[in-house]
Design a protein around this ligand. Sequence first.
Ligand code: MG
Length: 278
Amino acid sequence: MRIGEGFDIHVLTEGRKLVLGGIEIPSEKGEYAVSDGDVLLHALIDAILGAKALGDIGKYFPPGKEYEGISSTILLEKVLEISKVEIGNIDSTVFLEEPKLGPYIDKIRENLSNLLSMNMDRISVKAKTMEALGPIGEKKAIAARVVILLKESTMEKIKTNKAPGAIGPYSQGYKVGNFVFTSGQIPVNPENGLVEEDTIEYQADRASRNVGEVLKAGGAGFDDVIKTTCFLSDMKYFAAFNEIYAKYFTSSPARSCVAVKELPKGVLCEIEAIAIVK
Ligand code: MG
């Protein structure tokens, strides 16, 4: 799990727009900055970069002519591209004396929801005055603090080059938590599109070993399989396959079935397995 925190503060000055979360708020004063000065987006950007330990906003957008008057929405889009984050939820606070943000909060949340492609109920925006204390209380500045939690996919791709005779992506699997998922296919002879009856045992052996290698790459073995199914393109292969397949997947509740299923052209069999890494 990863958490990110960001803070930003800007001087408030007359003749500038007040922009928060990409929304323009009617106000006598606005943020003084090279960009539009959107403190909320700047704090959010720092929270995103912080969560991935990628530095801060200044590293990617150093103050300079290039970013003069730029909308912070564009900066956020660039940071989303760089960081590739998936945000779980956001909590934020804007510190300002006036205007009252109440009427604009949902508009800001909705805009953030669109910018980040996440539900509004996972985006919190709060407003707080400083009770007339300090530069914010004296209406000379505005600040924002943002905390985010990243959604981290626990799905990990497993790849092995040891799988014998598997087609392309079928020498791969996935690991999610303690579970390993594989789906291995064995092709028929590309020369004639047929499998000779006398090689069927070999094919079955190869298919089973194929799954075994992917399981191994995921930290599991045949003994850890909790469910497996072997699909054949034709019932005539059943006897041979059933025997060989049983040799590898010895636990009877795990070896759920050998069945016939329509498989992609040129595929003799497909074995799926789910294992638990102990
Ligand atoms: Mg800033």
